[in-house]
Write a protein that binds this ligand. Structure first.
Ligand SMILES: Cc1cc2nc3c(=O)[nH]c(=O)nc-3n(C[C@H](O)[C@H](O)[C@H](O)COP(=O)(O)OP(=O)(O)OC[C@H]3O[C@@H](n4cnc5c(N)ncnc54)[C@H](O)[C@@H]3O)c2cc1C
Length: 502
C-alpha cells in the first residue's frame, strides 16, 4: 500500500496498514504535518458546536476517538478545562444543559464533568475575564495536545511496526496497469532530485487540501472535491489568560466559536473560517482575520490584546468536502470525513479532523480491503499505544512531549557539554533536541526543527528567527553540510518566519 501525504490522515492510514501487517510506504512532499496538521487549535474534541446543529452522531463518534487518543498517547493528550463565561442568565441554563448532554454522550471515555460556576469562580479561574455584566459560567472538559509532536510519533509508530515513511519526497504521478487500474506512484525525492517508481496494489490519497491534484493525476477530468477553508490563530503571552483553564466563546459575531487555549506556556487564540480559492501549504493570515480575532478576544479578555502583543500567528486550511449546493457558507459544510473511490481504484480520504484521524484511517484501510486490493485483516489501532506512550507526564518539564523518549534526550545532553546549550535565551529547548530531531525524528531542515519538532516558530516567531543560525550550525555538523547550506537555511527560514508575526 502507498499512502500519499504525511498529515494526520495519511499517518493514521500508514500506522493502521502497518499494524495489519501490510507492506506500506508513506510519502510526504514536505515534512510530516507541514500543512493543516500543524496548524490546528490543538484540541482533541467532540465538537461542542456541532451539537448546536443537532449533529449528535458526529459528536458521539468524535467523543469516542477523543477518549482513545488520550488513552493511546497520554504523554501528548491531556484533559483541558474550559470556561464559558455567560453574560445572561439564560446562557447559564442553555450551556449547562448542552454540556451536560455532551458529558452523557462521552460517558466512560475519560474526561472530567461539566458544572455551573458562579461569577466569583469565573473570575478565579479566568482572572482576565471582562467583569461588566458577567452572570456566571460553565466549566466543561475536552482534550488538548501538540499536533505536530503527535504526527512525528505516528510516523515513528508506523516505522516500528514495519512501515516506511519518507518526508521531502512528493508523489508526481500515479501509475496504472494494463487494465487502467492504479498500480503505484512515481515519487521524487527532493534532496537528491531523483525520481523513482513504487509499485503498489492500493494507493491512498490523503493529501489534505491537495487531494484534487492527486485525483487529477489519476483521472485528469475529475471535478474538484475540496474547498479550502482557512483558519487563523494568534499566539499571545500568558498574561492574557493567567490560568490553566481555557476560554471558550460559544457565539462570535460571525456565528462561530472562539477559543483561547493555554499551550506551551502561551495562549493560542482562534479561529476563523474563510473560503479560499486555491489550496496553499503556507497560507498567510489575512488582515481581516487578525482584526476579527483581536476584536473578539478583546470582548472577553481584560486587558484586550493588540497587534503588538502577537508573538506568533499561523494559518491552516481545512480540507472540507465541497458543498453540493453553491452558496453554502463554510460553517455549514459537513466536518465528517468522506472516502471516494475512483473508477481506477484510487482511494481518496478527505474532511474530518485531527481527533478522528484513527477512525478515518480504519475506514479507509477497510475500504481498500473491501475492494479486494489488500487481504481483509482486523484493525488494531483502537487500543494501540503510540510511540512515546507514557502516563502522567510532568507538564512542568518542557521535555514531557517526548514521553518515554525523555530519558534518552537527557542522556544525550550528558554526552557532551555543548548539548545542554539552549537554542534561545528565553526558552528551555536545547541543542540535544535539535540533534535528537535529526537522528531520531527525520528532521532535514531548520524549519522542520523549529516549526514541528520543537514548536518555537509557533509560540514565538521572532525568537525562532534569532535561534535559526545556531540550529542550522548544529544541524550542519550532524548532517555533514557546509557553510553554504547554513546560509541558505537561515535565509529561507527567516523569510518564512516573517509571515508568522506582524
Ligand atoms: C484552523 C484549523 C483548526 C483546527 N483545529 C482542530 C482541532 O483543534 N482539533 C481537531 O481535531 N481538528 C482540528 N482541525 C482539523 C485538522 O487539523 C485537520 O482535519 C487535519 O489536520 C487534516 O489532516 P490531513 O492529513 O488530511 O491534511 P494535511 O495535514 O494538510 O496533510 C496533507 C499532506 O499531504 C501532503 N501532500 C500534498 N500533496 C502531496 C504529494 N503530491 N505527494 C506527497 N505529499 C503530498 C502535504 O504536504 C501535507 O503535509 C483544524 C483545522 C484547521 C484548519
Amino acid at each position: 500500500m502507498v499512502v500519499i501525504g504525511g498529515g494526520a490522515t495519511g499517518l493514521g492510514c500508514a500506522v493502521d496498514a502497518a499494524l495489519r501487517g501490510y507492506s506500506v510506504a508513506l510519502f510526504e512532499r514536505d515534512d510530516f504535518s507541514k500543512c493543516t496538521s500543524s496548524r490546528s487549535t490543538k484540541l482533541v474534541h467532540g465538537g461542542v458546536r456541532y451539537l448546536q446543529k443537532g449533529d449528535v452522531l458526529l459528536v458521539l463518534e468524535a467523543l469516542r476517538e477523543r477518549g482513545r487518543m488520550k488513552a493511546n498517547a497520554p504523554h501528548l493528550v491531556k484533559d483541558q478545562s474550559f470556561v464559558i463565561s455567560n453574560y445572561t442568565y439564560w446562557d447559564n441554563i442553555l450551556y449547562f444543559c448542552g454540556l451536560t448532554f455532551y458529558d452523557l454522550l462521552s460517558f466512560g471515555f475519560g474526561y472530567g464533568r461539566s458544572r455551573f460556576i458562579s461569577k466569583k469562580k469565573v473570575l478565579q479561574y479566568i482572572p482576565t475575564s471582562v467583569t461588566k455584566g458577567l452572570k456566571g459560567g460553565v466549566v466543561y472538559h475536552d482534550g488538548q495536545f501538540d499536533d505536530s509532536r503527535m504526527a512525528i510519533n505516528l510516523a515513528q509508530t508506523c516505522v516500528e511496526n514495519g512501515g516506511c515513511v519518507v518526508n521531502h519526497a512528493g508523489v508526481e504521478q500515479i501509475l496504472h496497469d494494463e487494465a487502467g487500474k492504479v498500480a503505484g506512484v512515481v515519487v521524487k525525492e527532493y534532496e537528491s532530485g531523483k525520481t523513482f517508481p513504487v509499485k503498489a496494489r492500493s494507493v491512498i490519497n490523503a493529501a489534505g487540501v491537495f487531494v484534487d491534484e492527486i485525483m487529477q493525476m489519476d483521472e485528469p477530468d475529475m471535478p474538484k472535491m475540496v474547498r479550502p477553508s482557512q483558519g487563523v490563530h494568534l499566539v499571545l503571552d500568558m498574561k492574557f489568560l493567567q490560568s490553566d483553564y481555557a476560554i471558550m466563546v460559544p457565539k462570535t459575531s460571525d456565528g462561530r466559536v472562539l477559543f483561547a487555549v493555554p499551550w506551551h506556556d502561551k495562549v493560542v487564540v482562534g479561529t476563523t473560517d474563510i473560503l479560499r480559492e486555491t489550496p496553499e501549504s503556507e497560507p498567510k493570515p489575512l488582515e481581516e482575520e487578525i482584526d476579527f480575532i483581536l476584536n473578539t478576544a478583546g470582548l472577553y479578555m481584560d486587558p484586550a490584546p493588540t497587534r503588538a502583543d502577537i508573538l506568533a500567528m499561523f494559518a491552516g486550511q481545512r480540507p472540507l468536502a465541497a458543498p453540493k449546493k453553491e452558496g453554502k457558507s463554510t460553517k455549514e459544510i459537513s466536518r465528517s470525513h468522506k472516502i471516494i473511490v475512483s473508477d481506477n481504484n484510487l482511494i481518496t480520504i478527505t474532511g474530518g479532523k485531527w481527533t478522528s484521524y484513527r477512525l478515518m484511517a480504519e475506514d479507509t484501510v477497510d475500504k481498500a480491503a473491501a475492494l479486494g486490493l489488500v487481504p481483509r485483516r482486523k484493525c488494531r489501532t483502537k487500543n494501540f499505544p503510540i510511540h512515546g506512550y507514557r502516563k502522567n507526564p510532568d507538564l512542568n518539564d518542557h521535555l514531557y512531549v517526548y514521553g518515554s523518549d525523555e530519558p534518552a534526550i537527557r542522556a544525550l545532553i550528558a554526552t557532551a557539554p555543548g548539548l545542554g546549550e539552549k537554542i534561545s535565551e528565553k526558552y528551555e529547548y536545547t541543542a540535544a533536541e535539535v540533534i535528537w530531531a535529526v537522528r531520531e525524528e527525520m528532521a532535514r531542515t531548520v524549519e522542520d526543527v523549529l516549526a514541528r519538532r520543537v514548536r518555537l516558530l509557533f509560540i514565538d516567531a521572532r525568537e525562532a528567527v534569532k535561534a535559526a543560525p545556531r540550529v542550522a550550525t548544529w544541524m550542519a555538523k550532524e548532517l555533514g553540510y557546509d557553510q553554504d547550506w547554513i546560509n541558505e537555511q537561515v535565509k529561507s527560514f527567516t523569510l518564512l518566519a516573517k509571515s508568522y508575526f506582524v
